[in-house]
Design a protein around this ligand. Structure first.
Ligand code: AHR
Length: 708
């Protein structure tokens, strides 16, 4: 005040100078003018969805609720990974894989197969009984124990004496088994217990019948009310009698989402439900393709009873069980009201092999048509009937099919022909299905090839960058040709933070999302990737759980959490209208992007890039206006906002803010809610107002216009 008074008594010229300075200072406020008189483009109702594949133990050790690791003993042909022997109180016992090497199964081991899928099993030899002998499973980085919880356990077991059950003419057994009398019949104890065996959290028994043939046993295990949640637990099947015991398909399920048998983890499904996703892209990603041509996602052997699912090689260094099979993906969609976006294998695999268009590709096209029929066919079709037999008579709605994944990696250039052959096959049988191409877009992979035979309707573009890259290119879609293809941003992420992202990544994500949302007449679908990561580190027995560094949702066996990027997804999809509102921005602050390696090589100077990003949409039915503002800078930004043509406004609005003190702030399994959205009510005095946006913040202002 004193300084202003002093200024007021100086000469007129000084006064002019003051007024000019004050005006220009004021003029430096960033300004956003929203033009509500001209509703802009339509917002795609399917703009935000999920992308998923088996990576980072997304399903096995993640969403898929099975707790037994290596349940059919095929994870590692050299050792019964995740299993150990129990021998206590003088009992003597050993365990050994049977028929583990898929390339060579000795005759005496072949007869222990249950069927063509369950060919490997675990043998427990108890040659001295009396004490406790058995097998223990360590789960996926522990077995989660919760109070008052009922777990469903099941397994195949048979007990025998060691004298081989073979004809005299059969070759001598490959593996010599010591002579042990068959005392196997009788009670077998099943328990969930602490890793040191001292605390039993839940236990029960089955009565093993005397039989040389496989039999399935099932029981329920219930924990008490006083149990403290822990992952320091194992699953044990034990006996005190001598004999030779064989085990296969050992399974343990906690309660699942919507109580589905063979279902999903409740906590993770709740996190997903909060994202309000509109579609699910599955089964990949690289997981669709596999390293070799015969490692592609084998949808036909992921159907029906678990007994018929051998699992397969996978793409990320561990062997998926395929317990999360095609129908489970579809039921996941059903549970969260998402539309499936099915990716079909298109004859190219990660190690670079491909199948040329023509007769050799025909079976692949037919396989994709079968798969589409499984999803959409009525019960009178062959595959629709199969789906009904699997428990789901109603067909699923499917509008988009993606042909392959990242075929820009296919250096042979075969995708042009492969895409055309799939496109023609699919359109001939399903003219209303939209076919998505994986090349032809403006992303790095898309520009590596051209589609000349068939014009794609929709192209999948992938972007993985750091926050600078995302923020610099946030206006990426502003100038795309509106008469060309539509865009599906099928994978994108700001890759900062490990194993889940930081606040800085969330700022980059939000900047990028303002661009997708503003252009959602063109960008009709988008999904962040990867979705999941089990955050466990390597132990003495197994490697670390994740393979991709920055991921959206993290978990261990017991709990889960969203990264700051996750909360940006929740926020953007919870507050969105059906029409884009044009915004004119002025005086937008900048930040200086440090020179990249390429810049330095080209002698380019560090570049100024925008530091603030924004988008607005309106729900034309309710009148709700959603203004999203990202302040990526380290300074508060005082922004003048003008809602041109807003008419009457409700005096109360809503503000939701995600922010932190430092860009590297993050959420972790032990500090899961450090960065979360905070919602408050705000007063709205009129159509013109000034609001300060905190440093490193992502905000949504919901203002309620009063529709007539
Ligand atoms: O999202 C991780 C991987 O990135 C996907 O599997 C693949 O499509 C992309 O290269």
């Amino acid at each position: 005040m004193i300084r202003i008074k002093e200024l007021l008594i100086v000469s007129t010229s000084s006064l002019c100078l003051f007024l000019f300075t004050a005006t220009s200072l004021k003029a430096q406020n960033p300004k956003l003018t929203l033009d509500l008189t001209k509703p802009g483009a339509n917002v795609s109702p399917q703009l935000y969805g999920l992308m998923t594949e088996e990576i980072n133990h997304s399903y096995d050790g993640g969403l898929y609720a099975e707790l037994i690791r290596n349940r059919i003993f095929k994870d590692n042909p050299n050792t019964p990974e995740a299993w150990s022997v129990i021998k206590e109180g003088g009992a003597k016992a050993t365990i050994q894989l049977v028929a583990a090497n898929p390339n060579y199964v000795p005759a005496d081991e072949r007869r222990h197969a249950i069927n063509g899928a369950l060919t490997t099993c675990l043998r427990l030899l108890v040659d001295t009984g009396g004490g406790r002998a058995g097998i223990a499973n360590e789960g996926y980085w522990g077995i989660p124990v919760l109070p008052n919880t009922t777990y469903n356990a099941s397994f195949y077991i048979k007990g025998m004496e060691s004298k081989p059950l073979t004809e005299q003419w059969a070759p001598a057994p490959k593996t010599a088994v010591p002579v042990i009398a068959d005392n196997t019949a009788g009670p077998i104890t099943v328990s969930i217990e602490s890793n040191d065996g001292k605390t039993i959290y839940a236990s029960g028994t089955i009565n093993l019948v005397k039989s040389a043939f496989w039999k399935k046993y099932e029981l329920k295990l219930t924990t008490g009310a006083d149990v403290k949640p822990t992952t320091d637990a194992r699953f044990v099947i034990s006996t005190n009698r001598t004999g030779v015991y064989y085990f296969n398909l050992v399974s343990l399920f906690p309660p699942t989402y919507h109580n589905r048998p063979n279902g999903s983890r409740v906590d993770i499904m709740k996190l997903l439900a909060d994202m309000k996703p509109r579609f699910l892209r599955f089964p990949g990603g690289n997981f669709l393709e596999g390293p070799k041509l015969n490692d592609a996602f084998p949808w036909k052997t992921t159907l029906g009873a678990l007994e018929n699912r051998p699992g397969h090689a996978g793409s990320w260094g561990y062997r998926p069980t395929d317990g999360m099979g095609l129908l489970e993906f579809l039921e996941w969609c059903e549970d969260l009201k998402m539309e499936p976006l099915l990716a079909v294998y298109a004859g190219y695999s990660l190690d670079g092999d491909h199948v040329d268009a023509g007769p050799l590709l025909k079976p692949y096209v037919e396989d994709a048509l079968d798969e589409i029929e499984y999803v959409t066919g009525d019960v009178h079709t062959y595959w629709g009937a199969k789906r009904a037999a699997d428990g789901h008579p109603a067909p699923f709605k499917l509008s988009y099919v993606e042909i392959g994944n990242e075929d820009g990696f296919d250096a042979s250039g075969s995708y042009d022909g492969r895409f055309a052959q799939f496109y023609d096959g699919i359109k001939a049988k399903y003219p209303n299905l939209h076919c998505i191409a994986t090349i032809g877009g403006k992303d790095w992979l898309g520009t590596r090839g051209k589609l000349t035979i068939r014009k794609p309707e929709i192209v999948d573009e992938h972007y993985y960058r750091n926050a600078w890259g995302m923020e610099e290119d946030a206006a990426h879609y502003d100038n795309y040709d509106r008469n060309g293809y539509k865009v599906f941003v099928g994978e994108w992420a700001t890759t900062e933070g490990m194993p889940t992202t930081t606040l800085n990544a969330a700022l980059g994500d939000a900047a990028w999302m303002t661009g997708m949302e503003r252009n959602s007449d063109l960008v009709i679908r988008s999904c962040y990737a990867p979705l999941f990561a089990n955050v466990n580190k390597a132990t003495a027995t197994v490697p670390k759980a994740w393979q991709w560094e920055s991921n959206l949702i993290g978990y261990d066996a017991l709990t889960s959490f969203g990264s700051p990027s996750y909360y940006v997804q929740v926020m953007f999809n919870s507050y969105i209208g059906n029409k884009v509102v044009p915004i004119a921005g002025a005086n937008i602050p900048t930040q200086t992007r440090p020179a990249t390696k390429q810049d330095s090589a080209a002698n380019n100077m560090p570049q100024p890039i925008p530091g603030m990003f924004y988008v607005a949409t309106q729900d034309t039915k309710t009148g709700k206006l959603f203004l999203k503002v990202v302040n990526a800078t380290r300074k508060p930004q005082q922004v003048d906002i003008d809602l041109k043509g807003a008419g009457k406004l409700s005096s109360e609005g809503t503000l939701v803010v995600i922010k932190g003190d430092k860009p590297e702030d993050t959420n972790t399994i032990s500090d899961p809610v450090k960065i979360v959205p905070v919602t408050s009510k705000i007063k709205v005095a009129g159509a013109k107002f000034t609001r300060t946006f905190d440093p490193y913040s992502i905000s949504v202002l919901q203002i309620n216009t009063l529709t007539k």
